[in-house]
Write a protein that binds this ligand. Sequence first.
Ligand code: UGA
Length: 422
Amino acid sequence: MAKIGVVGAGYVGLTSAVCFAELGHDVIALDVDAKKITQLQNGSIPIYEPGLEDLLNKNIQNKKIYFEIEVSKLNDCDYVFLCVPTPQDTDGAADLSYVLKAVRTLSKILKKNSILVTKSTVPVNSWKSIELTLNRVDVDIVSNPEFLREGSAISDFFNPDRIVVGCKNIDSAIKVAKLYKNELAEVISTDNTSAELIKYASNSFLALKLSFVNELAALCENVQANVIDVLKGFGKDQRIGEHFISPGPGWGGSCFPKDVKALNIISEQNLSAMSLLSATIESNQKTLKRIVDKIERILDNNLVEKKIALLGLAFKANTDDVRESPAIAIAERLSDRGAKVCAFDPKVKTLVNEKIIIAKDLDECISDSEIIVLLTEWPEFKDINPETISNKLKNKVIFDTRNILIKDLWEKSGFLFFGNGR
Ligand code: UGA
């Protein structure tokens, strides 16, 4: 078993720390936020991530994990994982300052011959600045990007498609890969720069894929094709694949928007501008606009004072995260066009946004609404019975931007039903 330190108890750091503890390692997780550390040490997590709180409590009880604010407590760790944020700076590039600040402090306390692992998503070639700042010839730097999805982070940690480790010293890279104790996942051992780029390439390609299917959905509507059948026929080609091709109101979250922009800048700075990246971003903006325009068209081209019931605010299901959520962007645009926007989300209960009213329950959200618009694919929305809600609405109209509802069922109950791309 190894002694592991994790710097940054945000979504990635916390999930990784808890999962490493579950694998039997001794873990110390560190954060600068003392309030958060107390909360975590008491077994409660500040985010919604299915299963994480239970796993945390189990490992606190087993004394496999504990939380600290003092960096010096990491001085006997064999491995220290950097999981601090790399937010977007004003021009869209990733800001490395939190990473380098942490490295500066670690430089003085890391155990001899320990390994520093970069998990934060960092601009390509950041490992060079990390190495310079660290200034420790005895400590190897392994770039080990994460591929955890919010909402399914635990399962992604234990069942990764691959483990990427980049280092000058292959032995250190393999040691880090072995910490995951996973015989099934393929280990991609490479240099640091390639490992850093794999992360950006993955997120950017996934976003590109979604921009493509969202544009395809728009085309399907205009030529009267059914996007669900089109995607089935297209995804069955194994070179394309059936995963991650569901049209929606646009892609969002804390990673895709930030990472696509960052890679775009990296490509431009390195004289290899990837034009598809700006097209991917632009296309996503077009999708948001298309959804808002469609709602306006359905409501006779006039949104003024019309109550619109939005189902979902989180950027996707199984999370309470609203960062860069397409649902919020759409809600704001509807409000700007004069609509009264009322939203219900199973997990998002507060918002610093005066344009959006958050209903306490579904009934309050839909009552007297002119249209229901489903924006986040929460499974509980599939269980809404059109019969029982009919008499609460002003108009029996629903627009399912995620294509998760059964059209026939709603139409049988007298609803005017709109899907996305069908
Ligand atoms: C993403 C990546 O999928 C993870 O591999 C990566 O580790 C993570 O970013 C990160 O960099 O930390 P995440 O942001 O949690 O994970 O969300 P995704 O599940 O990838 O969804 C991103 C967006 O695409 C959401 O708005 C979602 O609703 C949308 N989406 C996803 C679709 O519209 N259709 C789909 O078929 C899939």
